[in-house]
Design a protein around this ligand. Sequence first.
Ligand code: ZN
Length: 125
Amino acid sequence: MKRVSKMVLTMYLPPAAIALGGIVLSEIVSRSGELIGPRVSFYLAAGIGLVALLTAFVWACSVSWHLYRWTQGREQRCECGGLLSRLRTARDGGHYRKCMSCGARVQTDAVGVTLPPVVPEHAGP
Ligand SMILES: [Zn+2]
């Protein structure tokens, strides 16, 4: 599997899991009508399913938007060409973005702009 395919699959996995989990939970709740009452279980199951599917839809739209911008060259890229994640804070207080393709950490400033790699200074010839 190509790294780009793995990246796309990894990005769409959370919304797919939310949708599937919501459907399964909704089905479980709808079958528990004898415990909590048929009317309550119906509305609860419908609500759970609706919230899960809406959340998954919005998340998938966000992923699609970032992937679209990435294909247009308007998202920050790793050296490997992969899409960079949201801005994260390291334990030492520094900021970085994680490559969604190769998993490398790319150092950034506090606003999220990629910093050039640190080159060690040579003492001389
Ligand atoms: Zn990368």
